[in-house]
Design a protein around this ligand. Structure first.
Ligand code: AR6
Length: 218
């Protein structure tokens, strides 16, 4: 019995299936960044970003294959309760481009940063492009203020919300690089590891085109 118990404990400690952000390869041309392809709910890092909606209570469509559903499913019901509390205190719907931070609960990630991206049909307007940039900047600010040293972004708005994927990738990488470039040494976030978590082959290609051929999505 003790041997079985030991094995169970071993498996629990090793947590197979979980990817450690600290072990992911950095992009050689910019060591602050990583390109990774995988399920964000299986990534252990300081903060993961959720592409939420303005109610911030998770996606209500059962079985819907969005990141919001995946995160709420695996984080557990405590996450929905926490989001409900945040929204009740706020008293109005979450505007586009802001960031709200919660614990990761049952996820390997320590924190979840929830942001609402712009909803787009066809070519995005200048305002929608700015709003998407703002999502990335707000998440980075929130992560840094909370002491995070690593943050994994999904491709915000480029799923159900319809923002063109290629342009979304350009905005994501520009925003993160600009934000990192403006950190002063010793300032929160100065040594932030930014992970672009692509979930589809198409997105992987778009990000590699921007980040260079040495950006391997793992
Ligand atoms: N891990 C990493 N990335 C994922 C995962 C995952 N498990 N699942 C999906 N993605 P979307 P949006 C990628 O549609 O466009 C919800 O209903 C996906 O491939 O989840 O911002 C909310 O409640 C895509 O690249 O978010 C909102 O109503 C990216 O995540 C609405 O969708 C974002 O796709 C938000 O739409």
């Amino acid at each position: 019995f003790l041997k079985v118990q030991d094995r169970v404990l071993q498996l629990m400690v090793a947590e197979p299936g979980i990817t450690e952000a600290d072990e992911l390869p950095r992009i050689a041309s910019d060591e602050r960044l990583t390109l990774w392809r995988g399920d964000i709910t299986a990534l252990r890092c300081d903060a993961i970003v959720n592409a939420a909606n303005s109610a911030l209570l998770g996606c209500w469509i059962p079985g819907h294959l969005c990141i919001d559903n995946a995160i709420h499913t695996f984080a557990g019901v405590q996450l929905r309760l926490k989001c409900a509390q945040i929204m009740q205190q706020q008293g109005y719907e979450e505007p586009v481009g802001r960031a709200k931070i919660t614990p990761g609960y049952n996820l390997p990630a320590k924190r979840i940063i929830h942001t609402v991206g712009p909803m787009t049909k066809g070519s995005p307007t200048v305002e929608q492009r700015k709003q998407l940039t703002q999502c990335y900047l707000s998440c980075l600010d929130a992560a840094a203020l909370d002491g995070a040293k690593s943050i994994a972004f999904c491709c915000i708005s480029t799923g159900v919300f319809g923002f063109p994927q290629q342009e979304g990738a350009a905005i994501a990488t520009n925003a993160a690089k600009t934000w990192l470039d403006t950190r002063k040494p010793g300032e929160p976030g100065a040594d932030m590891h930014v992970i672009f978590d692509v979930y589809t082959e198409e997105d992987e290609e778009y990000y590699r085109e921007i980040l260079g051929p040495d950006a391997k999505a793992g």
